[in-house]
Design a protein around this ligand. Structure first.
Ligand SMILES: Cc1cc2nc3c(=O)[nH]c(=O)nc-3n(C[C@H](O)[C@H](O)[C@H](O)COP(=O)(O)O)c2cc1C
Length: 188
């Protein structure tokens, strides 16, 4: 039987009541047994500067890089800020990409979920993020795409997901698990 693959989940919002964080936690519950999702915190990473990224690197940088390196795959769940990626998430991408030649990201199968209370579901952030993922050599699942619009309405008062969104997220995470298994298989 295949070994369980560990997925580092990066949430683009630092907000306590973040809709995106709730979606990430819901995905962790819906994930099939072949993958295990764990949120890696990005809020404590100092803003990237080559001036501070010297030996010894800031402890937060080292801990973050080690967590990404230890993961088999990476999943991004993010809001859109001004039609782009929130600064905290871009900062995390930059931190993980250095030191030069030792990127923590390279080759980890990825996927992007964007969610917004607005009508276009964070499409701009989703695709700006994909631009960086190409350069970082994160092979990104193409389909299904996940732009969760009207995200203020996807949770019932009880906190449970509406059945429609739950069904969509289930099909998304099942497809992502297949993508991770495909990308991490050992060639014969
Ligand atoms: C600085 C800032 C910029 C934003 N820009 C956008 C935007 O471009 N498009 C959009 O749909 N929502 C935008 N929003 C609204 C967010 O989608 C909304 O606050 C969302 O709930 C944030 O996600 P979260 O609940 O996971 O924190 C913006 C919010 C902030 C704070």
């Amino acid at each position: 039987m295949s070994q369980v693959k560990h997925v580092a989940v990066l949430v683009g919002s630092l907000r306590k009541e973040s809709i995106n964080k709730k979606i990430a936690l819901a995905l962790a519950k819906l994930a099939p047994s072949s993958i295990k999702l764990e949120i890696v915190e990005i809020g404590d990473l100092p803003l990237y500067s080559e001036d501070i990224d010297v030996t010894p690197a800031p402890a937060q940088y080292t801990a973050f890089r080690n967590k990404i390196k230890a993961a088999d795959a990476v999943l991004f769940v993010t809001p859109e800020y001004n039609r782009s990626v929130p600064a905290a998430l871009k900062n995390a991408l930059d931190v993980g990409s250095r030191p030069y030649g030792q990127s923590a990201w390279s080759g980890k199968p990825g996927a992007v979920v964007s969610a917004s209370p607005g009508a276009i579901g964070g499409f701009g952030a989703n695709h700006h993020l994909r631009q960086s993922l190409v350069f970082l050599n994160i092979p990104c699942m193409q389909q299904p795409e996940a732009y969760i619009s009207n995200a203020g309405t996807i949770f019932e008062e009880s906190g449970a997901l509406t059945e429609r969104t739950k069904g969509f997220l289930q099909s998304f995470i099942d497809a992502y698990a297949d993508w991770v298994m495909l990308q991490t298989r050992t060639p014969k």
